[in-house]
Write a protein that binds this ligand. Structure first.
Ligand code: HPA
Length: 284
């Protein structure tokens, strides 16, 4: 597969993608949902669904990663009209930061003001185990520290300001809703800081020890660019990590982290995450 990308997109290019999506559905979604590795089955529960393959949308990035389907599913879930991304593209696939986050701006242009992001993540917090869920209360943009931020390049004022705040990147009211729903369901929902790395390599023990030291509870290869672009555009954001594996920080360990493990545990978490999402959507 060839990767066709470019560093920056114009307002007209974002608009062309939004126009196409609008032409493919009569629904008017108000909530966007991004489904991470192994979590695609969640979109199968959307009713009265219209399906829009990414490959048909002008300028959309298309994923080649196993476990990531590539289409928009637009319809009803828990009484709300949602637009779900069944699968996402990643920076490590060779797409630019603006390209992988293009779908979030398309959501904004479609009138979506709330974004729910999910991902598969490794737990760096020793209290977390595979199969747990973590509410993202803040993030460490490690890729940004290294110089790649989706807002680099000409600022598009129609979306937001040159220097957006990230002090409340995860909307406080939505954190409260998620906590309340989890409690009502008797579901253990951890809270913590998600560190985003570029991947595709999993982390070395030294990297994991470093991340733990600087305050990361979970680590993954996505989400943060999307959350930045959503905040820039003034959208409300809720983020949930599926902890698919404990990370191996011990040099004596015989275990290694694999993508298969991530996908397998992802499948097991789906019903729990679905119940939480349904509860949250119902309360929004
Ligand atoms: N590291 C990085 N990304 C991940 C992991 C991990 O351990 N698990 C799932 N995504």
């Amino acid at each position: 597969m060839t990767v066709n990308t470019k560093p920056f997109f114009t307002y007209q290019e974002f608009s062309a993608a939004a126009e196409y999506v609008r032409s493919q559905t009569a629904h008017q979604p108000t909530i966007g949902l991004i489904l991470g590795s192994g979590l695609s089955p969640l979109a199968d529960e959307i009713e009265q669904a219209d399906h829009v393959p990414y490959a048909n949308v002008p300028n959309f990035p298309v994923s080649g990663v196993v476990g990531h389907a590539g289409k928009l599913v637009i319809g009803k879930l828990a009484g709300k009209t949602v637009l779900a991304m069944q699968g996402r593209t990643h920076f490590y696939e060779g797409y630019s930061m603006q390209h992988i986050t293009l779908p979030v701006r398309v959501m904004k242009l479609l009138g979506i003001e709330t974004l729910i992001v999910t991902n598969a993540a490794g737990g760096t917090n020793p209290d977390f185990k595979a199969g747990d869920l973590m509410l993202i209360k803040d993030h460490l943009n490690m890729v940004g520290f290294a110089g790649s931020n989706p807002l680099c390049g000409p600022n598009i004022e129609e979306f937001g300001p040159r220097f957006p705040s990230m002090t409340q990147a995860y909307t406080r009211d939505l954190l409260k809703v998620a906590r309340r729903v989890a409690q009502a369901q008797g579901l253990t929902l951890h809270e913590g800081v998600y560190a985003a790395l570029a991947g595709p390599t999993f982390e070395t023990p030294a990297e994991l020890r470093y991340l733990r030291m600087v305050g990361a509870d979970a680590v993954g290869m996505s989400t943060v660019p999307e959350v930045i672009v959503a905040n820039h555009a003034g959208m409300r954001v809720l983020g949930i990590s599926s902890i698919t594996n404990a990370t191996i920080q011990d040099y004596e360990s015989e275990e290694i982290t694999t993508h298969e493990e991530v996908l397998e545990t992802g499948k097991i978490i789906v019903p729990k995450l679905m119940a939480l999402l349904r509860g949250v959507l119902a309360e929004m």
